[in-house]
Design a binder for this molecule. Structure first.
Ligand SMILES: [Zn+2]
Length: 334
């Protein structure tokens, strides 16, 4: 049981709820229905340490450590990105610099800071504590737009992008997240996972890249003696997966992991299966171990199949698959 406070990021359908939750400090379960929106449900969070950077003020001058030099360089790079961005966004938008993040959009500076303090910062700290050994060394830009019309128009104005996802999307070449934040924070943390993982595990295969990112579409943050945690919760992807399991339409886990067809015709079901396999590993207490084993041995284990076997040493693929499916069928949407 957590002694500390929780954030919940939820994925659900109601834009009105999505808008209201950005105001923070309360918890709520995910609305039911089709996933037309997602939202952040937040409480207080104890902020203990920055992902990058240390306060240097008041310290006696000493030779700069490599870490401090990297931090200074990154902070300078973030300020440059923010300046350029601000001139392209125009006067109706604001930007704030919170290395490694530059956060901007048609929200006020306080609202941008709220998204940093309540969602981006806690998620980044928890992922750094749980998985990542390599912190970002380049700025990550997060564009937050308050409604679909401004989101659509800036996506086109800044990048020439049209017909984009209603929630938001990530431009990996530019390390830039573009979000319709009226739909909530679930997609923000999904895309943030991609942006941060890129510095630690750049060649993640699709099944695990999307499984881990979608695990965070609905999640909670907590903090204890072992540091900050980010934990997935049941979400809207569950009923479709349960239905597919019941009607025996779901593929073998080994096939999901080892075959390079995640983006094929069953992409939606692949997302659900991968997400809930990550949740299964998390609830079995092996997800962090899996991540590190996989990352550290990817040259010899490109899909992570050997790492899966290593964290479930007593089970064959068939036995693991059976346990996983039985477990999925026990889950309930909150
Ligand atoms: Zn993704």
């Amino acid at each position: 049981v957590s002694k500390l406070r929780w954030f919940i990021l939820a994925f659900g359908p109601i834009p009105l709820v999505a808008v209201s939750i950005a105001l923070c400090d309360w918890l709520r379960s995910e609305p039911s229905g089709p996933p037309s929106a997602n939202h952040v449900l937040s409480g207080n969070f104890l902020v203990v340490r920055p992902l990058v950077g240390r306060a240097m003020a008041g310290e006696t001058p000493q030779p700069r450590s490599p870490v401090a030099a990297i931090d200074e360089r990154l902070a300078g790079a973030c300020r440059q990105v923010a300046e350029k961005l601000q001139s392209r966004l125009g006067a109706e938008c604001h930007s704030i610099v919170r290395p490694p993040f530059v956060i901007a959009g048609d929200l006020g500076p306080e609202e941008l800071d709220d998204w940093h303090q309540e969602t981006v910062g806690p998620a980044a700290r928890a992922m750094a504590a749980r998985y990542f050994d390599h912190a970002p060394t380049e700025p990550i830009t997060i564009l937050l737009f308050s409604e679909k019309s401004s989101y659509d128009s800036y996506a086109e104005k800044l990048f020439g992008d049209r017909d984009v996802s209603i929630y938001g999307y990530y431009k990996p070449q530019l390390r830039t997240l573009v979000m319709n934040i009226a739909t909530g924070g679930g997609t923000l943390v999904h895309e943030l996972t991609h942006a941060l993982a890129d510095f630690d595990f750049p060649r993640l295969p699709d099944w695990f890249n999307e499984g881990l990112a979608s695990l965070h579409e609905q999640c909670r943050f907590r903090e204890d003696a072992a540091g900050p945690w980010i934990e997935g919760l049941e979400n809207w992807r569950l009923p479709g997966l349960q239905k597919a399991i019941r009607s025996k339409r779901v593929r073998a886990l080994e096939s999901l992991v080892t075959e390079d067809d995640f983006r094929g015709t069953h992409e939606g079901l692949n997302y659900a299966q991968a997400r809930y396999f990550c949740l299964y590993m998390q609830r079995q207490g092996v997800l962090e171990d899996f991540y590190r084993r996989f990352r550290d041995h990817q040259a010899a284990d490109p899909h992570g199949a050997a790492a899966v076997r290593a964290v479930f040493p007593k089970l064959t693929w068939d036995e693991l698959d059976g346990k996983y499916r039985d477990w999925v069928l026990t889950l309930k949407r909150p």
